[in-house]
Write a protein that binds this ligand. Structure first.
Ligand SMILES: [Fe+2]
Length: 345
């Protein structure tokens, strides 16, 4: 049984920084950065290719210059909080919404324009109006069809805590993607169940660096199943299938915590000295053109704008039967503390 530790805010901050290396978002922009005073400052922990496609298309459309600073979900959220009123950031885009709630809880988000919120589907913006979804991603179970048959698959992600799954599943718990899934589980199942599941993960799971490594390990037969986000698999399938040819995806559905849908979030900082342009950017990203930029980028994430179809290879978002988790209560700091308690981080 790992020793329980309780972390203060300062310890938590230093803890989240090394995790940045293992997550799958942006690059090393949190280190050296000089803000161009003539450009709209976009802090982003979303995938680099998506954010850059949005920034470029927005500039072409409006003539407004943009500069993107790349980072990782939790560490970039904490960095904006640290910078406070002095932050150069005008806009923050996250890969998973828990990074946005870090900034929201610090009172640093300006309300998103009503017209922008109206552009995304039902349930895609918090009741506080502090941010909006810009994309969505689904949790899936990837499995090796040579190693396991469909009827042997777990019916719930919670089943993976059972002894029969010891050494037979893979995950990337160091990444923000997986931590968002656990934040969903925490909201849905409560602290006791989630801590027990994490304790079992520490015993049972094979740990990989990221979603892609998990998928490749399943494909190679190292483990029969793995937890990941859907889009890495669809990207590989659309390319050479090198990391996924021997695999299929299982969707838990049934409002299972393993069917968690994570929202990528967009918000405007209260400290922005270009609030109108910042709002204009979010309106663009969530509007028909910006959402089409997302689909055309090949990221295989779900579009969230009403009237914009996601890639036809994807099962419809509304068919996934995701758990009724309130995304606005997700807390990645609590998850990091619980994972540390379990000895995973
Ligand atoms: Fe990712």
């Amino acid at each position: 049984m790992p020793q329980r530790r309780h972390l203060g805010a300062a310890a938590l901050l230093t803890l989240t920084l090394p995790l940045a290396l293992a997550a799958c978002g942006g690059g090393s922009g949190e280190d050296a950065f000089e803000a161009d005073p003539d450009a709209l400052q976009i802090y982003s922990s979303q995938h680099r290719n998506v954010t850059e496609a949005w920034a470029q298309a927005f500039t072409e459309e409006t003539g407004i210059k943009t500069q993107v600073r790349e980072g990782q979900d939790a560490s970039m959220g904490h960095m904006i909080v640290e910078e406070g009123d002095a932050s150069p950031a005008d806009v923050f885009l996250t890969e998973n919404s828990p990074a946005m709630t870090i900034v929201e809880r610090a009172g640093l988000l300006a309300p998103v324009d009503q017209e922008t919120v109206a552009q995304v589907g039902e349930g895609m913006a918090p009741s506080s109006g502090a941010w909006t979804a810009i994309a969505a991603r689904s949790t899936v179970l990837v499995y090796n069809t040579d190693e396991i048959s469909e009827d042997e698959l777990p019916t719930s992600i919670m089943d993976l805590a059972e002894p029969e799954w010891a050494g037979r599943w893979g995950a990337a718990p160091g990444g923000a993607d997986f931590q968002a899934i656990v934040a969903g589980m925490l909201s849905d199942q409560g602290e006791q169940e989630t801590q027990a599941w994490l304790d079992a993960l520490a015993e049972n799971a094979e740990v990989y660096q990221n979603n892609i490594a998990t998928m490749q390990a399943v494909n190679a037969g190292e483990v029969p199943v793995g937890i990941m986000y859907h889009y890495y698999w669809y990207r590989d399938q659309a390319a050479d299938k090198e990391g996924s040819a021997n695999t299929k995806l299982h969707y838990f559905g049934n409002e299972d915590p393993g069917a968690f849908v994570s929202l990528s979030a967009g918000g405007v900082l209260t400290s922005s000295d270009r609030p109108d342009e910042a709002q204009q950017f979010l309106a663009y990203v969530t509007g028909p053109e910006g959402q089409q930029v997302l689909v055309d980028s090949g990221s295989m994430e779900y579009a969230v704008g009403t009237g914009v179809a996601s890639d036809p290879a994807l099962p419809p978002l509304t068919d996934l039967d995701a758990p009724p988790v309130d995304p606005f209560t997700l807390n990645s700091d609590d998850v990091v503390t619980m994972m540390t308690d379990a000895g995973i981080l």
